[in-house]
Design a protein around this ligand. Structure first.
Ligand SMILES: [Zn+2]
Length: 218
């Protein structure tokens, strides 16, 4: 028998020896625990050399797949990268509007020209601010045990998928997104049909998938 305590609620868990190295859901709190080798008092040498015991995350230089949950990465959406062309055009529009607004009084032109240039500046700045808010409105947090999607700025909501329950990780990229190294990450879990978590405008989605894969039983 293997005895150990849950990482989160400290409840004692008792399991058969052959489950060493696998993952087990705590009946007390639902947390996923890595089952240690038989009563951890044993020497390092005594650990079974079993592929189930390999900690791929630690080997890749990330926080270990054992022990209490820790954050691996918090990823915000991109501001510029995912809309590089639109973004550049808007910045250009703001510049033209600014230059025009200054040019009108200097050159004694009809003040009606301002009706053209001022809205260019205000509209452009407004768009940049809107994209900034949009960027903050969703993020992905990867921990050693789950991936959490946070949504909203003022009213927060979040949904999560436990890594052990992930069925599939999808990446979608338009041609432009691929050129800029951004994309949409979608995660579906064994518990539900369809994609459960989805966030667009994430930088380097392939890398995010690799990180999540380190904490999945594959
Ligand atoms: Zn527990």
């Amino acid at each position: 028998m293997i005895r150990f305590n849950c990482d989160r609620c400290d409840m004692e868990i008792e399991l058969d020896d052959e489950l060493a190295g696998t993952k087990h859901e705590c009946l007390g709190c639902g947390d996923i625990n890595r089952v240690p080798a038989e009563n951890s008092k044993s020497d390092e040498d005594a650990l079974p050399v079993d592929s189930k015991m390999r900690d791929r995350a630690a080997e890749a230089g990330f926080p270990a797949d054992f022990g209490p949950e820790v954050r691996v990465q918090l990823v915000r959406r991109c501001w510029f990268r995912s809309r590089a062309i639109r973004f550049s055009l808007v910045v250009l529009m703001i510049l033209v509007g600014l230059i025009g607004s200054i040019w009108v009084p200097i050159s004694n032109k009809n003040m009606l020209w301002w009706a053209l240039f001022v809205p260019m500046v205000l509209g452009g700045v407004g768009l940049l601010v809107w994209w900034w808010i949009d960027r903050l409105a969703a993020s992905i947090e990867i921990t050693t045990k789950r991936t959490i999607m946070h949504r909203g700025i003022f009213s927060k909501s979040s949904s999560e998928v436990v890594h052990d329950n992930i069925r599939n990780i999808q990446i979608e990229q338009t041609f432009l997104q691929r050129m800029m190294g951004v994309g949409k990450l979608g995660i579906s879990s064994s518990g539900q049909d369809g994609i459960e978590l989805q966030v667009n405008h994430l930088k380097d989605p392939d890398n995010l998938r690799k990180i999540i894969d380190l904490y999945r039983p594959l």
